[in-house]
Write a protein that binds this ligand. Structure first.
Ligand code: CA
Length: 278
């Protein structure tokens, strides 16, 4: 299967007892064998889907609750210095015209964007892409099994120690001091693959799964712009992003998870697909 890796089924230790409450407890989980994309879906791939189907993403449609607000999406803006980390409005801005093609808004650089992971896709956009490609969104268990790369129980996809240069995450103080360069996506495959030959499972962009949050744990707001509570259904996202900083959101780990509202489009959530043998 071009661009995909076959993973034999197996059992693994899912979750972690050592970090955030929503990851607990560690439990043994079994998955069937499945194919998974080697890389997150790119802007170029998403463009082919849009051209073939005429799909209009959630971020390009008028808002149900605010029909007078022009369509747009959430764009990360670094701050000049330390801010109150409890309020994500300090670093997320609603930008009219921000879309999968122009993730920072109308002035986005698009020329070299093709090999970057697609962002500004809400859950239904991710699902529509997967269906068009003859694929599906991974379950959280499939995603985490794949991300672990065969290292059962390890903290990171590459082992138990953090090492800079293995993934696009935030090094420094969030959301103002990024010691490893501007807070942007990197072309897919810019960092080493994990033990299963999969790129960017850790960092770069969060990835949608098809699973609803199961354990009902409330979580503190993180880099993900979600109001706690609310009436919008949520899905689990995995893997962390270029915005995950150890000082604030140590979520560039296979066990880490966030519960994202299905209608949210942001510049740090993308998608990767699976294919199952029926
Ligand atoms: Ca990722």
């Amino acid at each position: 299967m071009e661009g995909m890796v076959w993973l034999s089924g197996g059992e693994f230790a899912m979750g972690s007892d050592d970090f955030y409450p929503e990851e607990r407890p560690v439990r043994r989980v079994a998955v069937e064998g499945f194919w998974i994309d080697e890389r997150p879906v790119t802007v170029a791939e998403f463009r082919r889907f849009v051209k073939a189907t005429g799909h209009v993403t959630v971020a390009e449609r008028p808002l149900d609750d605010f029909p007078d607000t022009p369509p747009g999406a959430l764009v990360f803006r670094p701050t000049r210095g330390p801010v109150d980390l409890r309020d994500f409005h300090n670093w997320w801005a609603y930008v009219p015209g921000a879309t999968w093609e122009r993730p920072e808004g109308p002035a986005s650089e698009t020329y070299t964007r093709g090999r970057h992971p697609v962002t500004q896709v809400a859950f239904e956009d991710a699902q529509a892409y997967a269906a068009w490609a003859g694929k599906a969104l991974p379950t959280e268990a499939e995603w985490e099994y794949a991300a672990r790369g065969g290292l059962d129980g390890a903290v990171f996809a590459w082992g138990d120690q953090f090492a800079p240069g293995l993934a696009n995450t935030w090094i420094g103080e969030f959301p103002w001091q990024r010691l490893n360069g501007p807070a942007v996506t990197t072309p897919v495959g810019s960092f080493p693959a994990n033990g299963h030959g999969l790129y960017d499972m850790t960092g770069n962009v969060w990835e949608w799964t098809c699973d609803e949050p199961s354990n009902g744990t409330t979580q503190r707001p993180c880099c993900v712009p979600s109001e706690p509570g609310g009436h919008i259904p949520r899905r689990v996202i995995k893997g962390g992003s270029y915005l995950c900083a150890p000082s604030y959101c140590l979520r560039y780990r296979p066990a880490a998870r966030q519960f994202e509202a299905v209608d949210t489009s942001t510049g740090h959530i993308g998608v990767r697909c699976v294919r199952r043998i029926i």
